[in-house]
Design a protein around this ligand. Sequence first.
Ligand code: SF4
Length: 119
Amino acid sequence: MNRRGFLKTFLSVVGVAAVAPAFVQSAYAQKKRGESAPAAGSAAAGGTVMVDPNDSVAKAVKYVEDHNKAPEAKGNHCSTCGFYKKTGMNAGKEVGSCTIFAGKHVVGNGWCASWNKKA
Ligand code: SF4
């Protein structure tokens, strides 16, 4: 990874770290009130919680579930990202964990601005 790539990744992770506590607190309050998660962030079969592209953290890193809808992706996608680890299938799509979205899963065909080529 070159210096520019490192800085880009570092700033993205720091940005997520700054936003994540508020997101977690909101999710905890929602759970405490007995409310269910929104559809896009809903639990898939087996309890896998998918990242909602509309949540604040996802928006901060420009996450999309289809890399073809993000011209900046330039053909790159989550399944070729160093932060991604395949965990299985959900509704016919490959899904996996992502270091940036702890406890949630992203679509293998997705992409975000923190994409970093798998070593
Ligand atoms: S491109 Fe990489 S960092 Fe971004 S959501 Fe996908 S796996 Fe995570």
